[in-house]
Write a protein that binds this ligand. Structure first.
Ligand SMILES: Nc1ncnc2c1ncn2[C@@H]1O[C@H](COP(=O)(O)OP(=O)(O)OP(=O)(O)O)[C@@H](O)[C@H]1O
Length: 326
C-alpha cells in the first residue's frame, strides 16, 4: 500500500545550552515509521517518552531547542513523494491546514483567546483560499453543521465554551480545509468521560467522512483500544512495538506493552491495577542495550549490552525485543 507519511531514522533532539554546558535530550532517537492513507494511527507510551516530539518531527515543526539531527521525512502529496526536510519554511507553512493539520496539547493554543471563534475560522480560511468574508462564514457554518456542532459557537469567545466543546470546535477548525492528515496530541486528556466520548466520536466521524488519516497521540491505552486502527508503542525515545491495534491488545509482544495493557482497568474487576515497576530513564543518558532492560523482568546480559531492532514478527506486527527472536 502507498505511504502517506514516511519517517526514516528520525533523530529529533533538544539541544540545550545551560550556562555554557551543552545538554542533549534524545527525545526521538532513530525512529522509522510509515503512516498510511485512511487510518487512525495511535502513538502510545508513558509521559516523557517522546510522543509529542515525534509528532513535531513528523510535522517538521522544529523550533529551537528542538533539532532534527538526522533522518528523512517524506510526504506523499497528490501522489508525489516530497522530501519535507528540503522544503522552505514558507512551503511547509502552506501545507499546514490544507494537507496536514495539527491539534496541539491544550485547545486554547489554536483558538485565539481574544477573538471570537468565527474570526479564527476566517483567518485560517483566508490564508489558504481566495473568497469573500461572507463565503468564509458560509463555509464555517456548513462545516459545523456537517459535524453536528451548533452554529452559535461562531459568535462566542473560547472561554465561553466548555472544555469539551472547545476541543470539538478546535477539531472543526483544524479540518475545515479537509486535510489529508490530522495530528492530534492528547485531544481527550483533561476532559470528563462524556466530553471524551464526544471528542472521540467526532474524530471517528471526520475520518469516516473524509477517509483521511488521523495520527493520535495519547498515553491513554483505553482511547487507543477504542479508536485507533494501528498503533506504535514508544519507550524512551524509540518505537518498541507497532501493529494493528486489535492484534497488539490480543497478542502484545513487548514486555513493556504487556505492562501498559495490564495497567488498564477491566469492567467489573475491583482488583488494584499494578503499575509498571521502576521509572522511565533519562533521555540525556539512556541505558545501553535495550532501554527497557532496567525495568524488564526478562532482561538477559544481551539486553544490557546490545540494542534490539524493530523487526516484523508477523505480517504488520513489529517488535524490538530479543525474547521474540527465539
Ligand atoms: N522544550 C524542551 N526542552 C528540553 N527538553 C524537552 C522539551 N520538551 C520536551 N522535552 C523533553 O523531551 C522528552 C520527551 O518529551 P515529550 O513531550 O515528547 O514526551 P511525551 O511522551 O509527549 O510526554 P507528555 O505526554 O508528558 O507530553 C522528555 O524528556 C521531555 O522532558
Amino acid at each position: 500500500m502507498e505511504t502517506l507519511i514516511s519517517g526514516k531514522n528520525l533523530k529529533a533532539y533538544y539541544v540545550l545550552d545551560l550556562w555554557g554546558s551543552k545538554k542533549v535530550v534524545k527525545a526521538v532517537d532513530n525512529v522509522s515509521l510509515d503512516i498510511l492513507p485512511n487510518e487512525i494511527y495511535g502513538i502510545a507510551g508513558e509521559s516523557g517518552c517522546g510522543k509529542s516530539t515525534l509528532l513535531k518531527a513528523l510535522l517538521a515543526l522544529l523550533d529551537p531547542p528542538l533539532r532534527l539531527m538526522d533522518g528523512e521525512l517524506l510526504y506523499n502529496i497528490e501522489g508525489r513523494p516530497t522530501n519535507v526536510t528540503l522544503l522552505k519554511s514558507e512551503t511547509i507553512r502552506k501545507l499546514r491546514w490544507s494537507f496536514i493539520s495539527y491539534i496541539p496539547q491544550g485547545s486554547m493554543h489554536v483558538l485565539n483567546p481574544v477573538k471570537r471563534v468565527r474570526d479564527t475560522f476566517i483567518e485560517i480560511l483566508s490564508s489558504h483560499v481566495k473568497k469573500q468574508t461572507k463565503e468564509f462564514l458560509d463555509l464555517a457554518v456548513q462545516h459545523l453543521k456537517d459535524l453536528g456542532l451548533p452554529e452559535r459557537v461562531l459568535n462566542m469567545f473560547p472561554h465561553q465554551l466548555s472544555g469539551g466543546m472547545r476541543q470539538r470546535v478546535t477539531i472543526a477548525l483544524a479540518t475545515v480545509l479537509k486535510p489529508r492528515v490530522i495530528f492530534a496530541d492528547e485531544p481527550t486528556t483533561a476532559l470528563d468521560v462524556v466530553a471524551q466520548r464526544a471528542v472521540m466520536q467526532l474524530i471517528r466521524k471526520i475520518q469516516n467522512d473524509l477517509k483521511n488519516t488521523v495520527v493520535l497521540v495519547t498515553h491513554d491505552m483505553g482511547v487507543h483500544a477504542q479508536i485507533t486502527t494501528r498503533m506504535a508503542i514508544m519507550y524512551a525515545g524509540k518505537i518498541v512495538e507497532e501493529g494493528p491495534t486489535l492484534e497488539i491488545f490480543k497478542n502484545p509482544l513487548h514486555p513493556y506493552t504487556r505492562y501498559l495493557i495490564q495497567s488498564l482497568p477491566a469492567i467489573g474487576d475491583k482488583k488494584l491495577r499494578s503499575g509498571i515497576p521502576g521509572s522511565p530513564p533519562s533521555l540525556v543518558a539512556p541505558p545501553p542495550g535495550c532501554r527497557f532492560h532496567p525495568r524488564c523482568p526478562h532482561a538477559s546480559q544481551r539486553c544490557r549490552e546490545e540494542e534490539p531492532l524493530l523487526k516484523e514478527i508477523k505480517p504488520g506486527h513489529k517488535v524490538a525485543c530479543f525474547l521474540m527472536e527465539g
